[in-house]
Each structure stands twice: as structure tokens, then as C-alpha cells.
Design a protein around this ligand. Sequence first.
Ligand SMILES: [Zn+2]
Length: 197
Amino acid sequence: MEDVPIYLVPEQRFSVIDRPLGVLAWTSYFCDIQVSDRMRELGLWKGKGFATVIFLDRLSHSTRELRGAVLHEFAHYLTFPPRPESYSSLDATAANEWVAIANASADASKNDSPPWRNHDPEFVRAACHLAHRAKRLCDVASHNLSFSYWYYGCNEDVWMNTLRDELTSMASVPIRDILKTAPPSDFSTLARILTQN
Ligand SMILES: [Zn+2]
């Protein structure tokens, strides 16, 4: 885990937050900034970092599901491009990202975008590493991170199997550093097959 603040706050505390249909959780490129004013009011603000909003009333009260939802959003955070050194308020781009990055299993059919929009193979690779590391620490299964089935139609473990050696050998390498390296050929082949449809 990176040395940055992590915020998990019930969305009921944020009157400005939208509730996209069918979404269990969301994050965005500027999610921490989006919630920062309210976090300051609550006395919880510790600086910029990873923030995600979890719609608790949509979860099945399963701890595994909650862990999976948070880790799914954290995988998005790991694949976001570097941010400018200084930024302090929302801009139009951030507003557009607001819903786009949401964990939306329901929105893929609304437009011509491929079903894996916002969940490309780089995101999947990050999620696989998170799932592997989380399983060592707590009770959570790969499918709880929901990084494949809704977007590619195959079980999460299919991807995990293509990274089996890397998941072990690079278990202590920062995931952002891993993403800068070429993935194993089995992973690339699977990604190519699944994104050709
Ligand atoms: Zn997502």
C-alpha cells in the first residue's frame, strides 16, 4: 500500500454525490479533491490520496464484497496517469470523469464503447496483483474484485492464471512499477483475444 491517505466514507455524508444506477462504488481521477471540502468539515482531511465512495446499501452486507469493491476502485487509482503537481479544485475534465470511472456494470450497453471501457487489461493486471496480495492478508476471493466477468465474460481466475509466476515473484514490487513492465505472453494473448470481439 502506498504512503498516501486513504479515505473510506459513507456516501450519505456527501450530499453532492450522484448515485449512478447499478453502481456499487466509484472513484475518479480527482475523487479526493471532490470530497475534500466535506472531509475538512468532518475533520478527516489529511491531504490528497486515494478516495472511493461505496454505496453500502447496495452491497449484500458481505465483508468480502465490501473488500472487493474497495480493491476494485483502488486498482483504478493505481492505473490513473500521474497528476499535475498543483491542482486544487474541480475542472470540467474531473466532472466528466466522475461517473465514467464508476464501477458500472450496467452502462456498457448504453453506447458503442466496448464492455471493458475503463477496465482495460492494464487495470485487470493491477487488480490481479491486488487480489493476490489481499488473499494473503484477509478473506477475499478474486471474483469479489469484479474485474473481469462483467467486462470480458470470463471468470477473474482466468486472468490470474496467466499471471501466476509474476504474482509470486513480484509480490513485493510496487504495482505501479509492475505495470511499467511487459506482461507475460499468456496474459497478452488472453487480452488480445478478449478485446478483439
Ligand atoms: Zn471499475
